[in-house]
Design a protein around this ligand. Structure first.
Ligand code: AMO
Length: 436
């Protein structure tokens, strides 16, 4: 039988080591962030996912440190004592030490950030990059954000679903599709859950999905990836305004929860003031027509019906900082499933949610009449025979419905003030990157 004293296991995470434990034996496990050799003793700074602890190694235990490299995985048992270092109230006087897994030297990057690495280099070695607590925090935050979104939507009676990612025909029109060999035929990677989420409200009334989607985006920008995560909702008997209200509720709840997290001192990668500044009582709504007028007034030359170029959106983003909706886009700029505005057939019951120049959400009311939907597919130059599986569902009693898709990665850019979407995606995929 193994004597309990000989067993090295983790009794505490770093964040739990404090003055209340002085005189107690603890065992921690983590990686060596720093080795400070001052002769008769060595200070090892051990980091784990929760924080950092100082440990003091003396006497016979120094032998174990021969060949020890930074970032090696180590377990340490010892007694907590009051420390003299200004950064640590307490330290662990080492009684037992085991080097579990040695890290090579030199490592491809220094997660402690003493030597700065480019974003590309960091992504090349992402697993190691995440040992930087600021970077790891972005992804902990992303996990909290999806948690909050889920709880808001579930409290509104939405059912979480997962729709196929390998599909037989395009969901958003033909462009930007990745094709894959699917046994003896050709399949595609889903660009969005659009058609499935609409079909599901036939019986399920309200559905949402949080999942990755795939677009063969040729342009290399700081806001487009070939694989991105979207939060999609679809709801029966709600109109465009209703689902805009819901988007606003989701967003403001996310901001409120983040503000609470920050007040509790819970995040290193967020700035409380900047999040609080984003949290307005409500989100302004401007019509497309209003935005065209404003932009033309600012010297842009836009005809009603034109889409906004990148430079127009950047100008608009300078005028309307923070979150705002652009509503009632020209119908011709919107996908076939979007419903026209009642009484104004050239406009649509649609909206985008912007943050400055960045589009975060698009959504709107959908067609629920199968004949109109078929006609819109034809009008957009698409082949209705490719949509038969979808169109037949609309003959089984389809309720009026609306929905939206929110780019989670783009939302994380806003919340963490990242200038490049690749900062907030673990393993980004783009025209130039398929590894790691
Ligand atoms: P849309 O194509 O506008 O709408 O996509 C919805 C949201 O997803 C995000 N997004 C992207 N993020 C990163 N990289 C990309 N290549 C990328 N493409 C889109 C954006 C965007 O606002 N079916 C509709 C939604 C709906 O009407 O319900 C759709 O897919 O934040």
């Amino acid at each position: 039988m193994i004597d309990e004293k000989d067993r090295i296991h983790r009794s505490h995470y770093a964040y739990q080591i404090d003055t209340s434990l002085v005189g107690k034996m603890v065992s921690i496990a983590g990686w060596v962030e720093e080795i400070r050799d001052i002769g008769k003793l060595v200070f090892l700074l051990i980091r784990d996912v929760s924080g950092i602890v100082q440990t003091v190694v003396t006497g016979k235990h120094l032998e174990a440190l021969k060949d020890l490299t930074r970032h090696s995985i180590i377990t340490i048992s010892g007694t907590i004592q009051i420390g003299k270092a200004k950064d640590f109230d307490v330290e662990i006087k080492v009684d037992q030490i085991e080097i579990i897994s040695r890290a090579i030297q030199p490592l491809p990057l220094d997660p402690a950030n003493r030597i700065e690495s480019s974003l590309d280099k960091r992504i090349d070695s992402r697993a190691l990059d995440l040992r930087n607590p600021r970077i790891c925090e972005i992804f902990r935050l992303k996990s909290s954000v999806t948690h909050v979104v889920r709880s808001v939507l579930q409290s509104e009676r939405f059912i979480e679903v997962l729709t196929p990612k390998i599909i037989g025909s395009a969901s958003e029109g033909g462009a930007n599709l990745f094709s894959v060999n699917y046994f003896d035929t050709k399949a595609f990677l889903a660009q969005s859950p659009q058609l499935y989420k609409e079909q599901l409200i036939l019986a399920m009334d309200r559905v949402f999905e949080i999942a990755p989607y795939f677009r063969a985006e040729k342009s290399h920008t700081v806001r487009h990836l070939s694989e991105f995560v979207s939060i999609d909702i679809e709801a029966a008997f709600l109109d465009s305004k209703d689902v805009m209200d819901l988007a606003e509720k989701v967003l403001l709840t996310v901001l409120d929860r983040l503000i609470v997290t920050l007040e509790e001192g819970g995040s290193v990668s967020l700035n409380k003031e900047s999040i609080a500044e984003l949290r307005k009582p409500s989100i302004e709504r401007y019509s497309y027509k209003h935005c065209v007028d404003i932009l033309n007034h600012e010297g842009e030359q836009i005809e009603y019906g034109d889409d906004f170029s990148d430079s127009s959106l950047r100008k608009l983003g300078q005028i309307y900082k923070g979150f705002y909706f652009i509503t009632e886009w020209p119908l011709k700029l919107k996908p076939f499933y979007i419903h026209e505005k009642m009484g104004e057939p050239f406009l649509s019951e649609s909206f985008d949610l912007q943050f400055g120049y960045l589009e975060l959400i698009s959504g709107g009311r959908r067609h629920h009449d199968s004949r109109k939907l078929r006609q819109r597919i034809i009008d957009q130059g698409l082949d209705p025979s490719r949509f038969e599986d979808h169109l037949r569902v609309f003959e089984w009693g389809m309720p009026p419905h609306s929905g939206w898709g929110l780019g989670l990665d783009r939302l994380m850019m806003v919340l963490t003030n990242a200038q490049n979407i690749r900062e907030v995606v673990l393993y980004p995929r783009d025209t130039q990157r398929l590894h790691p």
